[in-house]
Write a protein that binds this ligand. Structure first.
Ligand SMILES: [Zn+2]
Length: 110
């Protein structure tokens, strides 16, 4: 008889932040969704459409708005959409409140 391991680890859905490529719990990220009416921020995470995820961190949004977000959503942002996202970004904290920002260490991107 093989003893079954008590692997009662809760499965936490994770997503990748398109700004920094870090994979963390989905609930810790903000979802951007491309719906029938265009791009919008989806706080509920339930809107239908292609979604992309971002930390609640300005740095990640700045990175994402340079291109990765459009790639993730497979669309081009209109000036209005970009403006809306920038305004949302400006309400976010600059970083996690870390005393010293973590440097971009050992990026494996060729
Ligand atoms: Zn991030």
């Amino acid at each position: 008889m093989s003893q079954k391991k008590a692997a009662s680890t809760k499965h936490v859905p994770t997503r990748t932040c398109v700004g920094c490529r870090e994979t963390i719990a989905k609930r810790s990220l903000i979802r951007i969704v491309r719906g029938p009416d265009g791009i919008r921020v989806d706080p509920s995470g339930k809107a239908s459409g292609r979604g992309a995820y971002l930390h609640q961190r300005r740095e990640c949004w700045e990175n994402a708005l340079r291109g990765p977000l459009e790639q993730a959503l497979k669309t081009d942002l209109t000036p209005d959409e970009r403006d809306m996202l920038v305004r949302h970004m400006n309400q976010l904290p600059p970083d996690d409140g870390k005393p010293s920002g973590s440097p971009h260490s050992a990026g494996g991107i060729a």
